[in-house]
Design a protein around this ligand. Structure first.
Ligand SMILES: Cc1ncc(COP(=O)(O)O)c(C=O)c1O
Length: 401
C-alpha cells in the first residue's frame, strides 16, 4: 500500500529529528547523559500519591472512572487559580483555568486558535524546541528575538514589533528558560511589559520552572502587568509528576477561552479525570511547598556541583551563565568549534550534551549547548564534565592547527 500522508506531517522537522537522534544516542546506560531534561524522582511524592489514589477510589471512584468536563476538575482549577497570587497575579478565578494534558497541549491549542499559515509569531531566540515544533504544525512565519543574560533584548523586541505590526503573539519563558536557564531581570521584565502592553500582541507566558528557584529573588508574571493580554501556561510536571500529564492554561480572555475549549473538546474531550482527582486530593492533604523545598534543595546542590565542576574542568574560552533555579545550564564554546562537533566528540567518550541548534528557528552550527543537572549522580556530573573539558581542549587545539 502506498501511504498518502498529509503535506503537514511530511514536512521536514529539523527540531524533532535532530533531538530524537541526540536522545536516542544518549539513551544507552553506558552514556553519561546531560542531554535530556528529566526531573529527579525525588520530586515524585510516591507514598502520598498512593494514599490520595486510595482515597479517590474509595470516595469518588465512579467520578474518577467516568467521562468528565473539558475544562477540568473545578477543585483543581480553584487551587491553580489561588496559586497565581504567589506570582503577583491577583483575581484569577477557577473559571479562567483550563486543565490540559501537560502544558504541551496548551501550546498546540494556542497554535490552533491563533495561527493561519504564514501568520507571524514572535519567539525568544533560542526557545523551547517543542514549542517551535508545536507552532510549526500551523505553518507560521517565526520571528525570533534574541535573549540576553538579563532576558529578552528589548530593543530588538521593539524593532520587531514595529516592523511586524500584524504579528499574532509572542511566546516567552521569563523564568529559568528552556534551554538557556536564563531569567528576566526586573528591569527587563518591566520594560518588556511596557513594550508589549503598547502592542497588539497576545503574550503567551510559559512557566514550568519558576517554582524551582533555589536562590535569589524572582519577578512577577507578565500576567501581573498585562491582564487578559497575557495567557499563562503552567504545569505540575516539574514539581509533582510529568507522568500524570497535568498542566493548564490560564486564559482570562473569555472569547479566546471559549475557542480553546472548543478545540480541546475536539482534540481529546477532556484531560484524564482520574489523575486530576488524585492530584487535587494530594494537594488538599499535603503541603506542596514543603515538598517542593526537598526538590529545590537537591537541585541547588546538583547545580552548584555542576557549576563547580565546570569552573574546574572546562578550558578558558568556554563560558556559561550561572543559574539560580530550574534544571539547565547553558554554555558557549569559543570561536572555531561548534556545539555539534563537541556533541559528536564527547559522545564517543561516553558523554551526551544537547547542542543548541534545535532551539533556534534558523541559526545552525551554533556554539551554544544545554546541559541538564537534575537527574545525574554527583559522580556522573564530575566525570562527565571532566570528559567534556578534555574534549573541548582537544577540539580547540585541532581548530588552531
Ligand atoms: C518550557 C517548557 N514548556 C512546556 C514543557 C512541557 O511540559 P509538560 O507538557 O510536561 O507540562 C516543557 C517541558 O520540558 C518546557 O520545558
Amino acid at each position: 500500500m502506498q501511504l498518502k500522508m498529509s503535506k503537514k506531517i511530511m514536512k521536514p522537522d529539523f527540531q524533532g529529528e535532530f533531538t530524537a537522534s541526540i536522545l536516542a544516542a544518549a539513551a544507552s546506560p553506558e552514556i553519561i547523559s546531560f542531554a535530556g531534561g528529566l526531573p529527579n524522582p525525588v520530586s515524585f511524592p510516591i507514598r502520598e500519591m498512593e494514599a490520595a489514589t486510595q482515597k479517590v477510589l474509595t470516595e469518588k471512584g465512579a467520578m474518577a472512572l467516568q467521562y468528565s468536563s473539558t475544562q477540568g476538575y473545578p477543585a483543581l482549577r480553584a487551587w491553580i487559580a489561588r496559586r497565581y497570587e504567589t506570582m503577583g497575579v491577583y483575581g484569577v478565578e477557577a473559571d479562567d483555568i483550563i486543565v490540559t494534558n501537560g502544558s504541551q497541549q496548551a501550546l498546540e491549542m494556542i497554535g490552533a486558535a491563533m495561527v493561519d499559515p504564514g501568520d507571524e509569531i514572535l519567539v525568544e531566540d533560542p526557545t523551547y524546541l517543542v514549542a517551535l515544533q508545536s507552532f510549526h504544525l500551523f505553518d507560521p512565519t517565526v520571528l525570533p528575538v534574541t535573549i540576553n543574560a538579563d532576558g529578552i533584548d528589548c530593543d530588538k523586541l521593539e524593532q520587531t514589533i514595529k516592523a511586524h505590526p500584524d504579528a499574532k503573539f509572542i511566546y516567552v519563558i521569563p523564568n529559568f528558560q528552556n534551554p538557556t536557564g536564563l531569567t528576566y531581570s526586573r528591569a527587563v521584565r518591566e520594560r518588556a511589559a511596557a513594550i508589549l502592553k503598547a502592542s497588539n500582541l497576545l503574550v503567551l507566558e510559559d512557566n514550568p520552572y519558576s517554582e524551582l528557584r533555589f536562590s535569589g529573588e524572582g519577578g512577577n508574571s507578565f500576567g501581573a502587568y498585562l491582564g487578559e493580554q497575557c495567557c499563562m501556561f503552567g504545569t505540575f510536571s516539574k514539581i509533582v509528576s510529568p507522568g500524570m500529564r497535568i498542566g493548564w492554561i490560564c486564559c482570562r480572555n473569555k472569547e479566546l477561552r471559549a475557542k480553546l475549549l472548543n478545540y480541546k473538546s475536539t482534540a481529546d474531550l477532556h484531560t484524564n479525570i482520574f489523575c486530576q482527582l488524585v492530584l487535587a486530593q494530594y494537594l488538599e492533604d499535603n503541603d506542596l511547598d514543603q515538598h517542593i523545598e526537598k526538590t529545590k534543595r537537591l537541585y541547588k546542590q546538583k547545580a552548584e556541583h555542576m557549576m563547580a565542576c565546570m569552573r574546574k574542568y572546562l578550558p578558558e574560552g568556554v563560558t556559561f551563565t550561572p543559574t539560580e533555579g530550574g534544571m539547565f545550564l547553558w554554555a558557549t564554546l569559543p570561536e572555531g568549534i561548534t556545539a555539534v562537533e563537541l556533541y559528536r566528540a564527547a559522545l564517543k567518550k561516553g558523554v551526551a550534551i544537547c547542542p543548541g541548534d534545535p532551539f533556534y528557528e534558523y541559526a545552525r552550527n551554533v556554539r551554544t549547548f544545554r546541559i541538564n543537572y537534575s537527574n545525574s549522580t554527583d559522580e556522573a556530573i564530575e566525570t562527565g564534565i571532566r570528559i567534556l573539558g578534555e574534549t573541548c581542549r582537544e577540539l580547540m587545539a585541532s581548530s588552531q592547527d
